[in-house]
Design a binder for this molecule. Structure first.
Ligand code: ADP
Ligand code: GN1
Ligand code: MG
Length: 368
């Protein structure tokens, strides 16, 4: 687990719980933060907690990031309470440090935070039941709706230009130009796939710049495993991984979910014959997301949903391939060429969407 258990326990003890020293293990399959599960006591009650090392190479401003998370979770908890929900399960709950801070800065320059573990719910790495995917759509749509009146100007941009596909393409080209690992020659086909779609990269950026698409407060990382599905009711109970909550487009949240969840294969599948865009899942997610947004999507946004799905997938493929070219320093990898494999599934998915474009458009047009 990188750090030994004793060291992790010492970090956990900086927070306002009595740590159970027996239980602590690495947890989850996120690509960015280091996540651990532990248990402890809050008063008499034994509870489980998530301890996370925030990735400070990616998130350069931990203060700003945690200010966002405090702001958004407090805002959501208030709304959930007003709606008669349970704010301990339906929103993330930060456990503050013993000195009252939202995160702990270790002397070695790393940053740590703690959340209450959302019990009785599961975060899925793949769609196991179609209904789960539908419920995740309702929840992500609803999340955006709940944040409709959040003071967007108070949010820090935790990763500038996160879904700016023009900027992503530019960064991809820079990685290609530098080719620091000498890997470009081996992936000419994948590189060409990206370069052939330069025009697409401009579509959403241009419409946001002209005001034809509204800027909203969005999650920006709506992978299926960033939502907890209630084990009893099957509802998407809690949206997690709030590091990238920033102003963005509804199409980013919709598109990133389709990218990951409507794929018939895993994000890192090596056998590309298993990769395709499942139109039943696409239709189901569309229905759930539109319902979750409860009428707030504009006609233009609805028409552009397929484009959101395609561009978020292309962008993610570009990011994986750029990271491969740069020597795999952004996304955690578990085998050589992991990022290359990931980029290939994304491009395969984009290609399949392009072939199914007419059907995707027909599906979304039902909601106009
Ligand atoms: P990353 O940015 O690395 O994806 P996440 O915040 O998504 O980090 O956490 C990684 C995983 O840990 C999640 O996919 C989820 O399975 C689990 N997790 C995170 N926070 C909680 C929580 N409060 N309750 C239960 N599980 C959680
Ligand atoms: C990362 O943090 P995680 O694993 O939920 C990444 C997303 C990518 C995703 C690809 C902050 O998500 O943007 O779409 O990997 N998050 C960040 O699986 O870069
Ligand atoms: Mg995550």
């Amino acid at each position: 687990m990188g750090r030994d258990k004793a060291e992790l326990m010492q970090i956990a003890e900086k927070f306002q719980i009595e740590v159970d020293r027996g239980q602590l293990e690495p947890y989850g399959s996120g690509h960015i933060n280091d996540t651990y599960l532990l248990s402890g006591f809050s008063g008499e009650e034994k509870k489980r907690y998530i301890l996370q090392r925030m990735n400070h190479e990616i998130f350069k401003d931990p203060d700003g990031l945690m200010e966002n998370v405090v702001g958004v979770t407090t805002f959501l908890q208030k709304k959930i309470r007003e709606n008669g929900g349970n704010p301990e399960r339906e929103a993330l709950n930060i456990i503050f440090t013993r000195t009252g801070k939202s995160y702990y800065a270790l002397e070695d320059g790393t940053y740590w935070r703690m959340y209450l573990f959302v019990e009785g719910a599961t975060s899925y790495d793949a769609v196991e039941k179609q209904e789960d995917f539908y419920e995740s759509a309702v929840a992500f749509g609803h999340f955006q709706k709940l944040l409709e009146d959040y003071p967007a100007a108070s949010l820090h941009e935790t990763i500038p230009d996160f879904h700016n596909t023009v900027d992503r393409l530019q960064k991809f080209k820079e990685a290609l130009e530098k080719d620091v690992c000498g890997r470009a020659a081996g992936v000419a086909e994948e590189i060409q796939f990206v370069l052939d779609r330069e025009k697409d990269c401009h579509v959403l950026c241009d419409l946001l710049a002209s005001g034809e698409l509204p800027l909203r407060v969005t999650h920006n990382d709506t992978k299926l495993n960033n939502i907890m599905i209630d084990n009893e009711t099957g509802k998407g109970i809690c949206v997690i991984d709030l590091d990238t909550v920033m102003p963005g487009s509804a199409l980013y949240d919709y598109g990133d979910s389709i990218r990951f969840g409507a794929n018939t294969g895993a994000e890192d599948e090596k056998d590309l014959s298993k990769i395709s865009c499942d139109l039943d899942l696409f239709a189901l997610y569309t229905k759930g997301f539109v319902e979750g947004c409860s009428g707030s999507l504009t006609e233009k946004e609805i028409r552009l949903l397929p484009m959101g799905a395609k561009l978020m997938t292309l962008e993610c493929g570009m990011r994986f391939l750029a990271d491969y070219l740069e020597g795999d320093h952004y996304f955690k990898i578990h085998r050589p060429e992991h990022n290359l494999d990931r980029s290939r599934t994304q491009f395969c998915m984009v290609k399949d969407m392009e072939e199914k474009w007419g059907q995707m458009q027909e599906i979304v047009e039902q909601y106009l």
